[in-house]
Ligand binder design. Sequence first.
Ligand SMILES: C[S@@+](CC[C@H](N)C(=O)[O-])C[C@H]1O[C@@H](n2cnc3c(N)ncnc32)[C@H](O)[C@@H]1O
Length: 366
Amino acid sequence: MTRSEIEDKADFGQIRYAQLWEDADVLTEALGDCVGGTLVSICSAGDNALAMLTLDPARVVVVDLSMAQIACLRLRIGAFSMLGHTEFLELMGARPSNRRTALLMRALAGQDAETQAFWTARADQVQTFGAGGVGKFERYFRLFRRYCLPLVHSQGTIDDIFVSRPEPQRQEFLNNRFNTWRWRLLLNVFFSRFVMGRMGRDKAFFDHVDGSPAQHVARRINQAAVANDPADNPYLHWIMKGTHGNALPMTWRAEHYETIRGRLDRLQIMPGSLEAFIATGDKADGFNLSDIFEYMSPQVFTAVYGAILNAASPGARLVYWNMMAPRRVPPAYRPRVKTQTDLQDRLKARDKAFFYSDFVVEQVKA
Ligand SMILES: C[S@@+](CC[C@H](N)C(=O)[O-])C[C@H]1O[C@@H](n2cnc3c(N)ncnc32)[C@H](O)[C@@H]1O
């Protein structure tokens, strides 16, 4: 089972996610006490594997099927090593900058030739959008922002989303200013399976997904815009405005910069599938599984879940998201894990990456 099912279906040559669209604040809290342990993380753009270093583990093993995604992590390693925090934010695109190419070259200086070539070929895009803006997923949001959003809302309304106000006024803003018929129409078109499959995510990723993406997005917007304060939400800010505002994702915040920089040598990058890591017989004390389970058929999910349990130390937590396909501990493995219901529900309510329908924390019984 070392070859993953999705490997045969999707094209992994390009960057899909140039930044992590999963909230590391909830991830790190969900993983619990991991001091001195071994953690495993799906790489994606690398931000969450870096955030896991703040938990003070002995190592974080980072896996990904995609070399392009691993290159995103290697760039971050270079950036943390060679740049100051403000420069890092400029390079990534969180802040405006006209010197990203120069910052990119400095960040790449100590990296391997393959990583240097990969990013040098993308220097123009990095200069324009920031290194966190050059994935397929970010391009999809850019098209949405440039061509669709202006048909629906004025810049004034969009700016107003990020003015902090109490919850009742947030509800009023959503009902009266934001959730117009034009907005609802746009959601239905832009987040249709057809458009998302074509522009945002690989069509294969929808093979096992039920329901319309637009219905999910509408529900989740309520969480991001009313239940929580949009002024604190970096993901919503990027989607709507193309940069981060005052709020930043955990890994990009100044308070963690030196801690992460000082622990970069604890990362163990293992290009390839999670299944390949499991096959090594190594054990881990916590897993960041991103939302990889919903890319698998239910049968494959069950088999992979069982294999992960065999690679998990007693007490290890499995943390993952679902966007549209329901995935939770398969019945056969229920006796071996305990769902951390209170913790996961509390964190789910705070999850700033609002488009997931579920957030799961399951703990291997001792
Ligand atoms: C599942 S995707 C989801 C990305 C995400 N929602 C985000 O915000 O970045 C994350 C990464 O998982 C990788 N991936 C998917 N299935 C995998 C597997 N079985 N083993 C290792 N990596 C996998 C993909 O290559 C991709 O880079």
